[in-house]
Structure formats: C-alpha cells, structure tokens
Design a protein around this ligand. Sequence first.
Ligand SMILES: Cc1cc2nc3c(=O)[nH]c(=O)nc-3n(C[C@H](O)[C@H](O)[C@H](O)COP(=O)(O)OP(=O)(O)OC[C@H]3O[C@@H](n4cnc5c(N)ncnc54)[C@H](O)[C@@H]3O)c2cc1C
Length: 380
Amino acid sequence: MDFSLSEEHKILKDMAYKFAKQELGPLASQCDLEECYQREAVQKAAELGMVGAWVPEEYGGAGVGCLGNSLIVEQLSRVDMGGCLNITAAAFGCEAIWLYGSEEQKQEYLPAVCSGRKISAGAFTEPDAGTDVAGYKTRAVLDGDHWVINGNKMFITNGTVCDFFVVQCITQPEAKRHGRFSQIIVPADAPGVTRNKIKGKMGIRASDTAALAFEDVRVPKGNLVGEEGRGFYQLMHFFDTTRPMVGAQALGLSQACLEASLRYAKERSAFGQPLGSFQLIQQKLTEMAIRIEALRGLVYRAAWLIDAGQPDFTLAAMAKYFGGQTAVFCANAAVEVHGGYGYIHEYEVQRYYRDAKILELYEGTKEAEVVTVAGVLLRG
Ligand SMILES: Cc1cc2nc3c(=O)[nH]c(=O)nc-3n(C[C@H](O)[C@H](O)[C@H](O)COP(=O)(O)OP(=O)(O)OC[C@H]3O[C@@H](n4cnc5c(N)ncnc54)[C@H](O)[C@@H]3O)c2cc1C
C-alpha cells in the first residue's frame, strides 16, 4: 500500500495553490463582501486545465482523474472556497453528460466547458423539494421533435452566469416514483427561461446562486441526456462522484483554518506568553490537525476508487459528511483561537466560518448522508 502522491500530482497541487494565491486570494475578501462572481479567474483557471480537470483529454479536459481534481479543489479552497466553487462548478453540468451523454453531446459540451468558453450548471433542487429528489415537479412533455419544459428550480450554482443547464425533469408521470425522471440539456438563453440571482447568502458569497423558472421552454428532443426514465438513477450516480469533491472543498477550507490558527497562536500573546503555549489552545490545534488528516485519507481514497473504476457511494457519502463536520469544527476552533479578532472582517477566519456551513448542506445535507450510510450498514 503506497500513500504517497505521484510527482505529477505534487506538481498539480503546487500549481493549483500558486494559482489560488495569485488569482483568488487578492479578491477573496472583496468578492465575499460584494457577492461578485469572478468570470476572469474561471477563464484563467480553464487555460491551466483546472475547469473540468477530470474530463479525459480526448474531450478537452486535463485528464487528471478524480484524485487529481480533488487535489485542485483542495488547494483552491485552501485560499477561497467561493472562488474555488466558481471554477470547479463551471463543469457541474458536465458530469451527467460525461457519464450518460451521447458522443455528440460530449463533443459539443465538454471541450467548450473545459476551455472556459461555456459555463454549465446542474439544475436539480426545486423550491418545494431538495433532499426528496423523487419529489421534484418540473415537467417535460414531448411535442413533436421538442421537449416543452415547465417548472421551477432553486439554489442553482452558476444559475445566472451559465450557458446551459442539465435539468432534472419528469418525463414519464405514469411510471413508478423513481422511474419518472429524465435529464435534459437546456440552453440558458432559451426563450421562457427566467433566472434570478439569490443574494444575501451567509457564505461562499463569490459563488453565483439562482432561482430559475421554465415557462414553455422548447428544446430539441436530442437534448435528453442518457435514457428516458433513468434520470433519478443518473442523479444518484452523479452524487457518488461529486460528493468526494465536496469533501475536498472541506479539506482545503479546514487546512486554511489550521494554518491561520497556527500563525495566530505564534504571533499573539496573553499573560506574557504566546497563545500556542496554552494547552487548551494546543488541544484545538491538535484536534484540527487530526481531523484534517483523517479527512484527507477518506477524500483521497474515495477519489482514487473512482479513478480505479470502483466508485464507492458509501465512502463518497462518508467523505462528504465528515468533510462538512470537519470544516465546521475547524472554522469554529479557528475563530475561537483568534478570540474577538476572529469575529471581525479583517481576519479571514470569519469568512471560513461562514463558508464552512454550506458543506453540511449542499449536494446532500449531512442528514441525507447519514441516511445513505446507515442504510448500507443496516443492510449488512
Ligand atoms: C449555496 C447553495 C448552492 C446550491 N447549489 C445547487 C446546485 O448547483 N444544484 C442543485 O440542484 N441544488 C443546489 N443546492 C441545493 C441543495 O443541494 C439543497 O438545498 C439541499 O439538498 C437541501 O435541500 P432543501 O434545501 O430543500 O432542504 P430540505 O430537503 O427541505 O431539508 C430540510 C431539513 O430536513 C432534513 N431532512 C429532509 N429529509 C430528511 C429525511 N428523510 N431524514 C432526515 N432528515 C431529513 C434535511 O437534512 C434538512 O436538515 C444549493 C444550495 C445552496 C444553499
């Protein structure tokens, strides 16, 4: 068993961190404050092969696999989680196309996204149903050679900045609960699409989030991704590969919390000695470090298994669950190490604290991950 990263992986990791320090770091605080999306940074990242880096080279990606992509995500999040999401979620809609799309769809969309020419989005959640994936109501009806789509989507990352969505729709209402859904590509500028930016998020404020409405939106029949009636299962499989990436976001953010806390514990003194000399502070630092190491093992292994062609959805759910928990723990501890200064804008740990919470919410809440893991454990 060899736990070391290859030379290629080490280079990738260093490149991503350097890019994040140069391009994301200087704007992170301002973009957090002003909720501004950095399109330019996404373009630059694409030019370095970091958008859809997991996409194979034949479709315009860097072909670094899931483990390579997780290293990129980790390093970008270590500097700015909002900026990281802009870059990595640009390819969020591509996962379904890669897994289930036709050759023509792959040729059309994957190179366009990896090169930064197009931004994608995955539109699944609805105003009345998030965790209850089978409770979505958006409807697509065939009319000749076109699907006609009606419905609403909620909390869609990149919703107002993307060029196309992969939309979860009911196409077979008469089928059994899970067999009713299909996934359909919808251009963002199609007549009948309305998108409204959701402002006032607690964290990842540089990331674009939108509410969408589809009113008699017509798209060609050929925009169906995969098989009709398989959309629910396609979405579940999609989460198996994207959840370890949320774990990687958590890993980077947690690492940033530890690094900021270590710096502060050495610089700041109380009672005539550095904060780091107090055992209660040492305990916080040590707890952070242990959890981060454990998370790193989970995330890398879940990603490595995907690359090895043996995706493990339980491990993916564990990486996502433990990632959220670790990030929330580390961000809380980092604010505590900083005392009152941790509560004001000048110190980045307050941003980490606000950013961390989303990791327990999106791509499956922590409760949803528990349900997934417990189900497997109990089936034995
Ligand atoms: C910033 C942001 C970005 C997002 N980006 C995207 C995106 O790009 N695309 C997309 O499709 N969605 C996106 N989402 C949506 C996100 O995935 C959902 O918010 C999430 O899945 C939870 O759904 P919900 O908000 O409807 O909560 P609900 O499903 O209403 O859940 C509310 C609470 O009830 C709990 N709960 C629900 N069912 C159960 C159960 N069976 N057992 C135990 N507890 C349960 C939940 O865990 C949660 O605590 C995003 C959300 C946010 C906030």
